[in-house]
Design a protein around this ligand. Structure first.
Ligand SMILES: Cc1cc2nc3c(=O)[nH]c(=O)nc-3n(C[C@H](O)[C@H](O)[C@H](O)COP(=O)(O)O)c2cc1C
Length: 294
């Protein structure tokens, strides 16, 4: 099993590089092959949108001859691509975006050529960010999930660590443990042929306080008559990890929270923040993303 880790920070010894290291170490311990590439060492020009690649059958076909050619060869040999990037302006860095845009020749959808050069491969995200995880990561993760669906790649999830910017050491024992656990989860997910994506919709108008919220989560996630979930965050974590009806272990979750402003008022911003934190970091991690709207 081969993992290609593409690291998109301009800081080659920055937070993202540090966060990726225990992830790579754990993959190697588990017997996976890894290859690490810092995009800062490469010259990857911007896609010009000329469409030439769409008429080149069975080859990448880009007219720009730069280091993307080597990256494409490496992608061809990898089973799983890991895009590691700091969040810059609610997305990846421009170094990573240039690479992502140059995916174009991998899919032959818009010209005389047909097929795909990377269909069936897996892709995962690793990020570091300043803001809280859900707020910082969701635009990049949503877009990446769509890119995967469009390109017929298996999206395997996201692992991230927060840079509090306080001048404290970025790599905490928790960040290191998260990176290692994510490596273990990816190896497991690569071994399981398929996973399914589940969507859970929380209707904020169905509850008015924390008790009501927990009851509603029980209704949405627990279809097991023998299990009575507690009304606390630990029980919520257990429900999210699956096995009680609505979610199976290993499923990837998208939670859509409607009437979110009402819930902020009903439950308090502090409680909602804690709830979202549990949702997005439930163990074992299910790649859960929370989208909120009114
Ligand atoms: C230009 C720039 C833009 C940033 N934009 C965001 C942002 O939109 N959201 C966020 O959560 N953090 C943002 N950050 C914080 C970085 O994501 C964070 O410090 C990260 O850990 C830096 O990783 P690195 O050391 O690998 O470069 C930004 C940092 C920089 C320098």
């Amino acid at each position: 099993m081969k993992f290609l880790i593409l690291m998109g920070s301009p800081r080659k010894s920055g937070n993202t590089a540090a966060f990726v290291q225990p992830f790579i170490d754990r993959l190697s311990q588990l017997g996976a092959e890894t290859e690490y590439v810092a995009l800062a060492d490469l010259r990857i020009e911007h896609c010009k949108g000329c469409g030439h690649c769409q008429d080149v059958q069975d080859a990448y076909g880009c007219l720009i001859h730069d280091d993307m050619e080597t990256v494409v060869e490496k992608i061809g040999r990898a089973d799983c691509l890991v895009l590691a990037t700091p969040i810059y302006s609610w997305h990846c860095t421009s170094q990573m975006k240039a690479l992502m845009d140059r995916h174009y020749g991998m899919n032959k959808y818009y010209g005389s050529a047909t097929g795909s050069l990377w269909e069936g491969k897996a892709l995962a995200l690793i990020t570091t960010h300043g803001y809280a995880a859900a707020y910082a990561n969701s635009p990049l993760e949503d877009g990446t999930k769509r890119l995967c669906k469009h390109s017929k790649l298996r999206y395997l999830g996201l692992c991230s660590a927060r840079d509090l910017g306080t001048g404290e050491r970025f790599m905490t024992p928790e960040a290191e443990a998260d990176a290692r656990v994510f490596a273990e989860e990816l190896v497991k997910r690569m071994d399981s042929p398929e996973h399914s994506e589940k969507e859970i919709i929380i209707e904020g108008k169905r509850f008015h306080d924390m008790e009501g919220f927990y009851r509603e989560m029980g209704r949405l996630l627990n279809h097991d008559p023998d299990f009575q979930p507690g009304h606390n965050l630990d029980a919520l974590n257990d429900l999210l990890c699956g096995g009680f009806g609505a979610v199976a272990p290993g499923d990837f979750l998208t939670i859509r929270w409607h009437d979110f402003t009402k819930s902020l008022q009903d439950l308090s911003a502090e409680n909602v923040q804690k709830i979202i934190q549990v949702m997005e970091s439930s163990r074992p991690n299910n790649g859960c993303v929370v989208n909120t709207k009114d």
